[in-house]
Structure formats: C-alpha cells, structure tokens
Design a protein around this ligand. Structure first.
Ligand SMILES: NC(=O)c1ccc[n+]([C@@H]2O[C@H](COP(=O)([O-])OP(=O)(O)OC[C@H]3O[C@@H](n4cnc5c(N)ncnc54)[C@H](OP(=O)(O)O)[C@@H]3O)[C@@H](O)[C@H]2O)c1
Length: 258
C-alpha cells in the first residue's frame, strides 16, 4: 500500500492502523526523519518525495508500480488557506500540485496496473471543504472540490475493472493534523473527530468500497450538504456565526505552510 502524507497528523494514524491490519506500507512525505522513524516502528519502507515536484511524483509512482502496490491512500495535503489576493503564484501552484495534481498523477500511473490485476483500491482523503466553501480557503476548496469530482469520476470509469475508489471526508480533526496544529477552539457545539476515526474510515473504505465516508458530526455534515445546495444563504448563516473571523485567524496561523 502507498500512503502519502504519512509524516502528518492524520497520516501517522492511518499508517499505524493499516500496519496493525498487517499491511505492507510504502510511506511517503517530505520530512525524512519523521518518515524513517515511523517506517522503523512499523517495518515499512520510507520514500521521501515532494509532491509539488513533478519529477518526485514520477519517481514515487515508478517505485509504487515497481512494488506492485494494491492500495493508494492519497492523504497528503496543504492547508491552502489565505485570501486569493494574499497568495503568490508559486504558492497557488504548490497548493494545486500537492492537493490535486499529485493524487491524479499517482492514480493515473497506478490504475492500469490495478485494472490489469482486476483488484485494488484508491482512497482519497477529502474534506467537508469538498462540498462547501469557506472564507480564506478558496484554493483549499478548489482542490478538494476537484479531488471529489476526480474520484467520483474514476470510480465510474474503473467500476468494471475490479478497482474501487472511495473518498474519506473529515470535518475538524482534533489532537493532530493541520487543524489541531492551529490550536484554536471552535464555537460551542461544533464537534470534532479523532485521527483514529479517520484511520478507521480508511480501513472501512478499503474493505467495503463506499463512494464517500464522512468522519464528522451530523450537524457539520448537514451544514455542508446545505452549503452545497444553497451556497449564498449558507455563507450568510456562517458569517453570522463568525466564520470570517475564525477563518482569518486559521489562515494567519497556517501562513508558513503556503
Ligand atoms: N486535520 C483536519 O482537521 C483535516 C480535516 C479535513 C481534511 N483533512 C485532510 O487530511 C489530510 C491530512 O492532513 P493532516 O491534518 O494530517 O495535515 P498535516 O499534519 O499538516 O499533514 C500533511 C501531510 O501532507 C504532507 N505534505 C504536505 N506538503 C507536501 C509536499 N509538498 N510533498 C509531499 N508531502 C506533502 C506532509 O508531509 P511533510 O510534513 O513531511 O512535509 C504531511 O505528511 C489532508 O489531505 C487534509 O486536507 C484534514
């Protein structure tokens, strides 16, 4: 199995859960020290790659094809926050490359091998931002909406080949990962889920091949569904609850990751 973003908060939880199920793992990310330590702990292979670099994506894909991987878990992602006017062109390119182009390129290289074998699973870590846009995160939504469209599309194209495709859709994840790293409390009543719950959803996706699995409280899921069918009233409602202020603070805290 190939897991991207294995050095991150959610990625480490997914790696441990898959390893506990006996998976043989190729773990990838940029931070070699974190990856090597995790790989040693889990008896996995660490592959350092920067998914913003096409040559690295190609090298990673070649390694994965060479190893005959049967499952891709495309989890790596940048917060991609900030208003469009504050972002430099190269930052926008990196957000698009890491969050959207790399998972597409890896699937493109792995799908033919899986289809020829008649089995395999691709799991894309999405977000509720694949359904509803928020302030100061237009690029994040652009990549997550795009990833959702891509995954649901190839799910149909690969249906007869025996290769499954699923999206895992987290809301706010506590304890570790890009939201927890900000260290900001949410308004009362907005619930969170744990990295272990995301990992359990990944395992369920591999075993059952659902189209989408949400890892978020019902209230947030309903809010995202409302936002997808009625974006203007939903945006007004969330503005009244303080979304502009919260989003601006989160984007400021994530500025160094652009
Ligand atoms: N945390 C949440 O509340 C939440 C909610 C919804 C969806 N998600 C999604 O969950 C996934 C994992 O996020 P997380 O919360 O675990 O974030 P995280 O802790 O910041 O981890 C992000 C991972 O992506 C990797 N990555 C970033 N840029 C990369 C690049 N240029 N090349 C290769 N790898 C790169 C990082 O590798 P290095 O650290 O080694 O650079 C790290 O392993 C993301 O797709 C995110 O959009 C998270």
């Amino acid at each position: 199995m190939l897991l991207t973003g294995a050095s991150g908060g959610i990625g480490q939880a997914i790696a441990r859960a898959l390893s506990a199920r006996g998976a043989r793992l190729l773990l990838t990310g940029r931070r070699g020290d974190v990856l090597e330590e995790l790989a040693r702990e889990l008896g996995a292979v660490a592959l350092v790659a920067d998914l913003a670099l096409r040559a690295d994506v190609e090298r990673l894909a070649a390694e994965a094809v060479g190893a005959g991987v049967d499952v891709l878990v495309a989890n790596a992602g940048l917060p991609a926050s900030g208003e469009i006017g504050e972002l430099e062109g190269d930052q926008i390119d990196r957000m698009l490359d890491v969050n959207l182009r790399a998972p597409i390129a890896l699937s493109h290289r792995l799908a033919p091998m899986m289809a020829a074998r008649g089995s395999g699973q691709m799991v894309f870590i999405s977000s509720l931002s694949s359904q509803v846009a928020s302030p100061a995160s237009s690029l994040y939504s652009a990549t997550k909406f795009g990833l959702r469209g891509f995954a649901l599309g190839i799910r149909q194209d690969l249906r007869r080949s025996g290769v499954g495709v699923s999206l895992v859709v987290p809301g706010f994840i506590r304890d570790a990962g890009m939201y927890a790293d900000v260290g900001m409390a949410l308004p009362p009543g907005v619930g969170t889920r744990s990295p272990a719950e995301v990992a359990a959803a990944v395992i369920r996706a591999i075993e059952r091949n659902p189209a989408e699995l949400h890892v978020a409280p019902l209230s947030l899921r309903l809010g995202a569904a409302f936002g997808s069918i009625a974006p203007a009233p939903a945006a007004l409602g969330s503005r009244l609850l303080g979304s502009d202020r919260i989003a601006a603070r989160i984007a400021e805290a994530q500025r160094s990751q652009r």
